[in-house]
Each structure stands twice: as structure tokens, then as C-alpha cells.
Design a protein around this ligand. Sequence first.
Ligand code: NDP
Length: 289
Amino acid sequence: MRTPVTVLGLGAMGTALARAFLAAGHPTTVWNRTPGRSPELDALGATRAATAAEAVAAGRLVVVCLLDDTTVRATLEPLAAELTGRTLANLTSSLPSRARALADWAAGHGIEFLDGGIMAVPVMIGGPEAFILYSGSTVAFEQYEHDLAAAARPAYVGKDPGLASLHDFTLLSAMYPMLGGAAHALALISREDISPTTFTDSYLVPWLSAMLGQLPAMAKDLEHGPDGPAGSNLAMQANGFHELVDLAVEQGVDPRMLAPMEQLLRRAVDAGHGDEDLAALVPLLRAGA
Ligand code: NDP
């Protein structure tokens, strides 16, 4: 028989996770604070527990996907006795420090603990592009890796329980400015009689995809130093950047999305990195505010 899994929390993500475990044939017990949420899970074979304690008692692997760390603490702390001897996989987003504190709490109660960072939106769960970063107990990861793969490709990033969250939030820190930039681009283009869909399919996605292909070279420059003169030096980029701001103003679009990058490029040039490439921004940021 497949590992019995418990899912605590049936928000958008918890529901997607429960659906994936059910699809993979796991006996799946679910609990949600507000009863009756995601009724479609019943027809898929989920067992609905009346209390979180009852749900925990039904699963060897307990997956938690609640709003935030405060909610997780409030839900789990009264269940320490029920959780003892089981494996807890916390897929709720929270800071590394909070993941480490939760791991300490779990260790104090004999609970094997994994913290997870879900790199997907709910519709991607169970699909080929989704992955979930895990850190914490290697024993738990090795034992449940195959089961966890029902939801998304599991990627173990280390024993320190804070590492999954660190990687997760780091990746989100790259994603949000990129998506903010895309929103800015669509604001610019949709001021004209140009279809945002055509623009996105024909130009925005190919352009961003091509530029993403440059990232490994940037990482290599950072790790090993540049292996030649900059192809796109920062002085040139800082000099031209203000025209992007001017374009926003001309198009009647709020230019504030661009301001942090403009400032960063200027700082880099002022600090003597004008002849270097984008990798030179990294130590500048690492030096702190
Ligand atoms: P939702 O807002 O859809 O669901 C929130 C869940 O938390 C519900 O089950 C809700 O229960 C429960 N909850 C809220 N407050 C409490 C409380 N005080 N006590 C008990 N339960 C509570 O969020 P998601 O499912 O989208 O997200 C869940 C986690 O997954 C978050 O940490 C999020 O960062 C992470 N995540 C989400 C992604 C997404 O795209 N959705 C992507 C990657 C990570 P109730 O129904 O009773 O309100």
C-alpha cells in the first residue's frame, strides 16, 4: 500500500497537493480550518478528518500547507503528541529563521522534519515543471522522496532546515522584479493599438527567454571573474537607462518600476565598475544598504 498522507490546509495550494497525492494512489486524509472546503476532493477519494489531530493520526507523512508560519505554529503546537514519530513536511512559505525554529520544535518532540519551498503555482502541481525544494532531515527525505514526487519533483538542498526557504525566497526575489518589469512593458505597449497577447507571444517571451540564457555566463563571471572585456558595459547601460524612464513618462506610464535599477547602475558606475558587466552589481548588492 502507498504511504498514507495527511494534508493540513485546503487552500488553493493544499488542495492541489491533496489532489496530486490522491492521483498517485496515496490514501489521503485532509483537514481544513473551515470545513467543507474543496468538495471535489471527496469524489477523488479523500478522507475528511473532523479535527487536525484526527488527520495527523491517519498519516505517516503529514504535509502542512497553511497561510503562514504563525498559522502553522497555532495549528501544530497543540498536536505535538500526535505528531511524535511521524514525518512533518511543512510546505508553508516562511523565512529560514522560522523554518529552523520549527525544526527545533519538531526535534524536541521526536518529529522528523522537512521544510519545503514550492516552486509552482497550484495549476502546475503534479506537472513536469513544478519542483519543491526540501531541507532538513535527510532520513525523512530519503524515506519519502518517492511519495513527495507525486506533488512535484523533490529537490533536496541540505540538512540545514532553513535552506529550502532561503532558496525559495531567493528565487522569488528574482521572479518578482522580472514580472514587475513585464507588467511595466505591457503598460507601455498597451498605451498603443498593439495587442498585448501578440506582443507577449512574439516578442516579450522570446526576449526574456533569450536574456535568461545569459544568466549562466553572469554566474560564471561572478564565480571565476570575467574572462574578457564586458560585452555590455555598465557605463553604457547606465548612460542609456534614463531613456527608458523618459519613454515611460512620454507614454504616460508610472516609471517607478525602473527607478531601483537605474540607481543601481549609477551606483556601480560611481563605484568604478563602469567597464564591467552585470555581474559587478552582485557584490554591490551584497555589501548591504
Ligand atoms: P490560501 O489563501 O488559498 O489558503 C490558506 C490556507 O490557510 C487555508 O487552508 C486557510 O484555511 C488556512 N488558514 C488561514 N488562516 C488560518 C488559521 N488561523 N488557522 C488555520 N488555518 C488557517 O493560500 P495558498 O493555499 O495559496 O497558500 C498556502 C501556502 O502555500 C502559503 O504559505 C503560500 O505562500 C504557499 N505557496 C502558495 C503558492 C500559490 O501560488 N498559491 C505558490 C507557492 C507557495 P481556511 O479555508 O479556513 O481559511
